[in-house]
Ligand binder design. Structure first.
Ligand code: UDP
Ligand code: MG
Length: 319
């Protein structure tokens, strides 16, 4: 199996026939008539329209079509993850069903992969049919995430991309539940390259990404790849603690100089001491949580591209 195409589906009855036809055309151009070389994996993410019936119809006619039907709506990233679990190809393409991602571009992605790139992501140079709100929030989000994370998530990319089997295995090795695939792929490393394209408007239907889903997605991305929000607690806590010490010294001094009313000094000292200590402790707990999270995520510590050394267990087995 050379190529798996993963297509998440959430209420896409208007688009399924067309995306299938277009993908088929592309596969014919890439592999002529050998349909054993590719597979389509449609994941029906709890659609409430005729999507499932359409997918079942396609699967009956075409052996290259597989479908996974979720019991309810689990979300786009999880739908794609399920596709990755089942994909058998040496390379995997993730593409939206609404034809915002042009299927023809898969040919270019595939060519770059053949040149030796493990990740070929499609980079939007224009976004048609998307409102100013979506465009500006997306832009802001990628700016923020670029600032506060150590990994390099390319701007203006979605999940439309081709990834090599090696990357698929890395993703399967990342047991985190809150998926932010484009970040995880960037984190994985290897040779990555972008291909520019113009993002079209939706062919039919409506976006399945409500504002709530977008917000949750953004938070998943930030919390998965940045400790910065927790670090804020440390910074504020430490600053407040220093400030409270200053305030205590000032209150004592004013008291000795005698220019205070009774009760002011003791109140000020108590309030600022307790406030400062509390914030400092919260910051401290934050530092532990950061380390806790890093362990709980259970990501591989490193990913080896190649080596001339044998793995420990292999050497042991030979003994
Ligand atoms: N999608 C999904 N589950 C969801 C929302 C969306 O599987 O909960 C699919 C959808 O069918 C499409 C892709 O994810 O194939 C991208 O979604 P959409 O076009 O709605 O997002 P947008 O392009 O507006 O960001
Ligand atoms: Mg879309």
């Amino acid at each position: 199996m050379e190529l798996s195409i993963i297509i998440p589906i959430y209420n896409e009855e208007e688009n399924i026939p067309l995306i299938y036809a277009k993908l088929l055309e592309v596969m014919d151009r890439l592999f002529e008539n050998s349909s054993q070389k590719y597979e389509f994996i449609f994941i029906n993410d709890g659609s409430v329209d005729q999507s499932l019936a359409l997918l079942k119809g396609l699967a009956e006619k075409d052996d290259a079509v597989g479908f996974i039907n979720f019991s309810r709506n689990f979300g786009h990233q999880i739908a794609v993850s399920a596709g990755l679990d089942y994909a058998k190809g040496n390379a995997v393409v993730i593409i939206d069903a609404d034809l915002q991602d042009p299927p023809e571009l898969i040919i270019d992605l595939y060519k770059k992969w053949k040149e030796g790139f493990e990740v070929v992501y499609a980079q939007r140079i224009a976004r048609k049919g998307e409102g100013i709100f979506k465009r500006s929030t997306a832009k802001l989000f990628y700016k923020i995430i670029a600032k506060i994370t150590a990994i390099n998530i390319p701007v203006d990319t979605g999940d439309f991309r081709l990834i090599d089997r090696k990357i698929v295995e890395v993703l399967k090795d990342m047991p985190e539940k809150n998926k932010f695939l484009r970040g995880q792929i960037a984190w994985a490393g290897f040779n990555q390259i972008g291909i520019p394209y113009e993002r079209d408007a939706r062919h039919g239907g409506e976006t399945g990404y409500t504002f709530r889903k977008m917000l949750r997605f953004a938070l998943d991305g930030i919390t998965a790849f940045s400790d910065f929000p927790l670090k804020i607690a440390t910074i504020i806590g430490f600053t407040a603690f220093l400030f409270s010490i200053g305030l205590i010294v000032y209150a004592l001094r004013s008291n000795v100089l005698g220019n205070t009313i009774p009760g002011w000094t003791s109140l000020t000292i108590i309030v600022s001491f307790i406030g400062g200590v509390q914030l400092l402790c919260i910051g401290l707990i934050g530092e532990y949580i950061i380390r806790l999270i890093n362990n709980i995520r259970n990501r591989p510590l490193y990913i080896i591209e190649s080596s001339n050394l044998k793995a420990k267990h292999e050497t042991n087995m030979e003994k």
